[in-house]
Design a protein around this ligand. Structure first.
Ligand SMILES: C[S@@+](CC[C@H](N)C(=O)[O-])C[C@H]1O[C@@H](n2cnc3c(N)ncnc32)[C@H](O)[C@@H]1O
Length: 166
């Protein structure tokens, strides 16, 4: 599937804005992260939510969150935004996509989930790609679970496990 050297060197990070609030999401997200770690280096990095957002307009909140997202990025990161207007893939295609990344990325592959109002232009400019999980809009909390399930599914597809067919 990919040569071991590159599989080991790529680190995959899911960067999110704000803590996951609801316990049922936390439990399920952590479960899929742990399962995914059997196959690749994978973690979720949380940018703390902004305080006093009531005094901010939607645009101001996106701008401030965008600054924090950009600050969390490192030179050499391959940055992929999760965005409803991005490229849609079937799970098998996403598995192939991950395989290509494992063979070409030797630093961090960073998937980013926006805050409640999405991304500022600055974040769009910092990214190389946008991928969509569906044409529908999910909450910035729920999409975390949907994404970690899909990345685990991709890993089981690449490694020939039964999960995708169950
Ligand atoms: C509530 S949505 C923001 C919606 C905002 N109106 C926009 O245009 O992006 C919060 C975040 O969840 C993620 N998200 C929501 N639905 C998505 C989808 N179908 N595919 C990929 N990411 C999605 C995106 O990262 C988005 O920034």
């Amino acid at each position: 599937m990919c040569d071991n050297q590159n599989c080991i060197s790529m680190k995959t990070t899911l960067l999110v804005v704000g803590r996951t609030v609801e316990q049922h999401y936390i439990t399920a997200i952590n479960d899929y992260i742990q399962r995914t770690k059997r196959f690749i280096s994978f973690d979720m990095e949380v940018i703390p939510e902004l305080k006093n957002t009531k005094s901010l307009s939607m645009e101001q909140q996106k701008e401030k969150e965008g600054e924090l997202i950009c600050k969390a990025l490192q030179p050499g990161d391959v940055v992929v935004l999760l965005d409803e207007h991005g490229k849609e893939m079937r799970s098998l295609e996403f598995a192939e996509y991950m395989k290509r990344k494992m063979n070409t990325v030797n630093k961090r592959l960073v998937f980013v989930i926006g805050g409640p109002y999405g991304f500022s232009q600055r974040v769009y400019d910092a990214a190389q790609e946008k991928i969509s999980m569906s044409k529908m809009t999910f909450s910035h909390q729920m999409i975390r679970l949907i994404f970690v399930e899909q990345i685990y599914r991709a890993m089981t597809i690449l490694n020939g496990g039964p999960y995708h067919h169950e």
